[in-house]
Design a protein around this ligand. Sequence first.
Ligand SMILES: Nc1ncnc2c1ncn2[C@@H]1O[C@H](COP(=O)(O)OP(=O)(O)OP(=O)(O)O)[C@@H](O)[C@H]1O
Ligand SMILES: [Mg+2]
Length: 350
Amino acid sequence: MRKVRILVVDDDERNVVLLTSKLQADGYETDTAYDGLEAITKAESFNPDLMLLDVMMPKIDGHEVCRRLKASEKTKYLPIIMLTARGDIEDKILGLDVGAEDYISKPCSLAELSARVRSLLHTRMLQTRLAEMEKLAALGQLVDGIAHELRNPLMTIGGLARRIKEKITDEQAQGYINLITQEVERLERMVERVDEYKQAQISHLKQEDINEIVKEAVEEINNIAKVKAIDIRLSLMQAPPLLMIDKVNFKKVILNILQNSIDAVNKEGEIEITTMPSEGGYMELVFKDTGCGIKAENLKNIFNPFYTSKMTGAGLGLTIAYKIIQDHNGDLNVESREGKGSMVSIKLPI
Ligand SMILES: Nc1ncnc2c1ncn2[C@@H]1O[C@H](COP(=O)(O)OP(=O)(O)OP(=O)(O)O)[C@@H](O)[C@H]1O
Ligand SMILES: [Mg+2]
C-alpha cells in the first residue's frame, strides 16, 4: 500500500531535517522544498497528501504559495498546515484567509505536529469518503432513472417483435427476431434487478434464527435446483444464537448466492450450506458448490455492478448481496478455483 506523503517546505535546513525525521518516524513518506517555487513544482510532481508550509521564505512567501495552490484545480484539495512565527496573530489569520487548513507556531512541539497532521489527515479521509458516498448515491439515482425510462420502450419493442414473429416465415428473419426478443428480455431483467437493488437499500434488523431463514430460502429454490439434479445439503449448527437480521433482505442474499451456484453447475452437482460460530464473535454461513468456479482474474470483478459472465445475467446479484451484508455490519467473501467450484462465506456479528 502507498504510504501517506507529506511535503515539507522551509528554507531553514535544520527545521526541515527536524520535521521530516519526526514525520518519517510516524510512518509517512516525505519530500522537501526549500523555497516557494520549488514547493509549487513539488506539490504537483510528488503528489503529496498534506503539506507543511513555512511562511517566511525567499522568492515567494508561504502565503502566496498557499494562494496559488488553492487556486489551481490540481492542488486545491491538498491540505496545508502553515508554520508561523509564535505570537504573530496576523500571520495566522492571513494563512487561514488564503485557504490554509491549519497552522502551527514555530518552534513547534513535535508531539503537537504529529497530532495536527493526524487530525487533518483524518478529517480529509472522512471528507473523501463522504464525497464518494454522495457520488455513488447520485449514480444510483441516475441508473434508477434510466431503468425506468427503459421500461415502456422495452415493452413496446418486445411486444411488436413477438407479433412480427407470428407473421413471418423467413427463417433468417425469425432468427433475427429471436435475437431481439432475447436481448429485450435481458434488458427487462436488468430493469427488474435495478428495482430490487433499490428496494434492498434499507435493512431493518431484528433478532432472527439464521437456520430458519436458510431453510425457507432453500425451500423456495429447491425446485430449480432439482431440474439440474443439484443436491442442496444442509449442515446447520443446533440452536444457533439469534442474530440481528432483516429477514426479507437476508433471504434475498441467500437466494442470489444459491442461484449463482445453480447457474455454475452444468448438469448434476452439489451445494452444501453450513452455519457455525466463527472467531471474534461472529456466526458464519458458508455455501460450497461444485460448479464451474471463477477465473482468478475475474474474481476481483464479481461485486462490481453489471459485471456478469452470463448471457442473461444483469450482474447485480452479488452487488445487492454485498450491500445488504454491509448493512448487517457483516462480511461477504468469495473464494473460487476455476473448474473446482466456489465458496461464499458470510459473517454476521453475534
Ligand atoms: N458460485 C459461482 N460460481 C461461478 N461463478 C460465480 C458464482 N457466483 C458468482 N459467479 C460469477 O460472478 C458473476 C457475478 O455474479 P452476480 O450474481 O453479481 O451476477 P449474475 O449472476 O451474472 O447476474 P444476476 O445475479 O444479476 O442475474 C457471475 O456472472 C459469475 O461469473
Ligand atoms: Mg447472480
